[in-house]
Ligand binder design. Structure first.
Ligand code: GAP
Length: 542
């Protein structure tokens, strides 16, 4: 069963050192996350796979690593200072702070024409607080999403040292267009790729690492002749879709969504979002926009920009004149992509059937849990319906639905019901013995490629050989770990849970003929291979 809720993913990530809540020793900081020892490997692999596909495997791309802090004028002429904001209103009755444009669309059924129209509706008491229904709302004010900081030793109190933490990596590539063009002697079409941190003071962060205030982007700015932009745009939409599929996302969980006219950013001629079916629903993974010549013009010296010293143009040999290239921008989030790969790879399954009497006992407990939910008057109606539906499905399908029940163990609402503790007591025990959680990650993305175990940890010859195999594979550039901290079955389970494609066991036969057992994560089949052929057998396939 794939991940049915983000809770299962959050729980796995915390349990297995993939992602931790940030600054937890001080109570955390809302919606900020730290990638742990396995998470950093996973995310690095995602970024590496992206870079390989969009830079190394192409002839028309260059890489860049621009600074996070940039001259404030970059953000003036990019339009971010004036427009990168959300209009917020405060409810005087319940102190909620909803986005005023969202309230307008939800209650009026159409987009507002701008802030004045939203405020006119607020003054006329036509809009209600979505939380408590009050019409006592404050005038909507734009809330800029850029984080401010001060550059220099002294905060002078004026704006002279003001800088921003970049809200996108894109501008670093636009202002370096001329540098890359000249130093790399490029001809159109060509592109620049960059991976780096971006910061947005999001009003409603959430859904784990899906929307955070600090995140990493993987962006491309691809420069083309005007007129060749539409074909290049379509080619990038196809290429980026294919990359997610090649990296293992299921076809049915990925879709392209054409942005409607009213959704398009002011600079975009067309934009297609690649969306993934996350447990909370279809949501944006990557946006691929045709930004026309907007950005290069905006940063070029001219009547609208007296501050720039550059003219970001291209001399077209064919036409014998200067032109301003159009830009195609595939812009992805490294954290969102990592989360999508985790959700897609996650699977809980029953590996063998528990005894019938254990199953009956568990079914009775699930039914008592359902009765207890039914009786609760203080439960939200939606939560009640969801828990009842889950309990009915699980009770009817046991033991096959045991993995689903284990998924429910991470559900905060289920855990508020007292009898659920008893359900967990039994299901956790059965889960341990009869189910397995596996991350079916693409081998190139798995945090660890190979785990090597000695059959017995107190047999020095086995330990020595297992350690030597680990060292040898590591020297071949294959991420390998050694582990002897449990029985082999338990060690297999641990590696399945973090998506390790191969486990190698060194046993007594290994000492005689130099072969080891190679166990495959997905099929759970085992075969013997000689030490010499191991690098070929376990190397992540292209
Ligand atoms: N330069 C264009 C740009 O920044 P965007 O749609 O705002 O476009 C691109 O962002 C991608 O960055 C998104 O598709 C998403 O994957 C990621 N992203 C944006 N905001 C994010 C946030 N608050 N948390 C995590 N990822 C985010």
């Amino acid at each position: 069963m794939p991940a049915s809720s983000l809770d299962s993913i959050v729980s796995l990530c915390k349990r297995r050192g993939i992602v931790f809540p940030s600054s937890a020793v001080y109570g955390g900081l809302g919606s900020t996350w730290d990638y742990g020892p396995l998470g950093v490997e996973l995310k690095n692999n995602v970024k590496r796979a992206w870079w390989r596909s969009v830079v190394h495997e192409r002839d028309d791309m260059e890489g860049l690593d621009a600074a996070i802090l940039m001259n404030r004028l970059v953000w003036k002429y990019s339009g971010h200072e004036a427009t990168f904001s959300d209009p917020m209103t405060d409810c005087r009755a319940c102190k909620a702070r909803p986005r005023a444009d969202h309230v307008f669309v939800a209650q009026k059924g159409r987009d507002p024409k701008g802030l004045p129209e939203i405020n006119a509706a607020i003054v006329a008491k036509e809009l209600k607080c979505p939380k408590c229904g009050s019409t006592d709302l404050t005038e909507a004010r734009p809330f800029n999403l850029m984080f401010k900081t001060t550059v220099g030793a002294v905060d002078t109190g004026d704006d002279s040292g003001l800088a921003y933490l970049r809200p996108e990596t894109a501008q670093g590539m636009f202002v370096n267009f001329g540098n890359v063009l000249d130093t790399m002697r490029r001809k159109l079409p060509f592109g620049i790729a960059q991976i780096g941190k971006a910061f947005r003071n999001e009003i409603t962060p959430g859904n784990f690492t899906f929307r955070t205030r600090e995140f990493e982007q993987m962006e491309i700015e691809y420069f083309v002749r005007p007129g060749e932009d539409e074909a290049a745009h379509q080619a990038w939409i196809d290429a980026r879709t294919q990359w997610y599929l090649d990296m293992g996302l299921r076809k049915e969980n990925l879709r392209q969504r054409e942005q409607e006219g009213h959704e398009l950013a002011h600079y975009a001629k067309r934009c297609v979002d690649l969306e993934y079916k996350f447990p909370m629903g279809w949501s944006e993974l990557e946006g691929i926009a045709n930004r026309t010549d907007y950005d290069l013009l905006a940063h070029s010296r001219g009547p609208n920009n007296p501050d720039s010293v550059a003219e970001l143009k291209y001399f077209d040999q064919e036409q014998k004149k200067h032109i301003v290239p159009y830009v195609i921008e595939p812009s992805a989030g490294a954290d969102r992509a990592t989360l999508a790969f985790l959700c897609d790879a996650y699977e809980d399954s029953l590996v063998k059937e528990p005894p019938a009497e254990e199953t009956d006992k568990l079914r009775d407990l699930v039914q008592s849990f359902a009765k207890s939910v039914e009786k609760r008057d203080n439960l939200d109606a939606g939560v009640k319906a969801r828990l009842l539906e889950s309990a009915a499905t699980i009770a009817a399908g046991l033991p096959g639905t045991l993995p689903q029940l284990l998924g429910l163990s991470d559900d905060t609402d289920a855990n508020r019901i007292e009898v659920f503790k008893k359900v967990r007591g039994v299901s956790d025990k059965l889960g341990e013995e009869f189910t397995r959680t596996v991350l079916r990650l693409h081998p190139r993305l798995s945090p660890i490629s190979v785990a090597v175990f000695p059959l017995k940890k107190n047999e020095p010859r086995l330990v020595e050989m297992a350690r030597a195999i680990k060292k040898n594979l590591q020297s071949e550039g294959i991420r390998t770990v050694y582990d002897d901290t449990g029985a082999i079955g338990k060690l297999y389970r641990r590696q399945d849970e973090i998506g390790t494609p191969f486990c190698l066991t060194v046993d007594f036969q290994s000492l005689e003929d130099g072969t080891v057992t190679v166990r495959d994560r997905d099929s759970m089949t085992q075969q013997r291979a000689s030490r010499q052929e191991l690098p070929t057998v376990v190397k992540p396939k292209a």
